[in-house]
Design a protein around this ligand. Sequence first.
Ligand code: GTP
Ligand code: MG
Length: 298
Amino acid sequence: MSKFGVMVMGPAGAGKSTFCASLITHLQLNRRSAFYVNLDPAAETFEHTPDLDIKDLISLEDVMEEMKLGPNGGLIYCFEFLMENLDWLTEGLDSLTEEYLIVIDMPGQIELYTHIPILPKLVRFLTQPGALNVRLCAAYLLESTFIIDRAKYFAGSLSAMSAMIMLEVPHINILSKMDLVKGQIKKKELKRFIVPDTSLLEDDPANPKTRAGLDIDVHSADPTDKNALMSGASFQRLNTAVAGLLENFSMVSFLKLDCTDEDSVAAILSYIDDCIQYHEAQEPRELPDEEIGMEEEE
Ligand SMILES: Nc1nc2c(ncn2[C@@H]2O[C@H](COP(=O)(O)OP(=O)(O)OP(=O)(O)O)[C@@H](O)[C@H]2O)c(=O)[nH]1
Ligand SMILES: [Mg+2]
């Protein structure tokens, strides 16, 4: 028997926990079972109480105090500890039936997704057939306000692609907080961000070349002047290379999410369901008597 889950990832403040909360509320309103797993040892407040919370296994505060680590080092320590105590996850998830959607809320430290091999190991453990056997979808959130700064948007898209390649599970990318850019960008323009369009850099208002017809020569710039280097041709070339990389792989495209709109949350859920083939695995459910009564009355 399979279990079903979604791992919600992305940089700090991208809206992961808010999305988890909206998703769980939506599942509950639609009489579906959700199981909320918090794997962020720094998370303090929750809209829905987690059914399984890494803080019950290890506390980031204790780790930082006892190991004399900062918040990022502390987080990595917590994840290494989790990997040594995977029984905790097995015990917490083992009894879940295939009706449940396991919603896993991840921390926002970007190094977790790009630098260290802990996450692929964790995903392999969760999905391993014959063990927990979770059919898992990764949902990578990027804040839609990033599209205002195109270099930031391409860097964010690259981190999404890096997570996709690293995790080897069905993956959806999401532009979150769409309500914040509503009315600020035309539909046609927005389309260019839904599937990253390299030409966005050519007509970027922040590009010094398009802005003032400048062509800063990086070699003649003062090497001690970081700003001159970063705003110059080298930064532009770096962004073009990143955009080219995204184009060559053609893996990244985004779904739009506005957590304040239930239809938007519903649309994302249907993508997740499709990715993990949730509905195909469900037994036909018998309706409770009171619901049959209601249907007959209608
Ligand atoms: N306007 C708007 N704000 C949102 C939305 N989703 C999240 N936010 C806000 O963005 C901020 C960060 O949201 P969180 O859900 O805590 O983000 P996170 O990715 O879990 O953050 P970390 O766990 O710290 O990495 C909060 O102030 C949220 O209220 C949204 O759809 N629209
Ligand atoms: Mg969070």
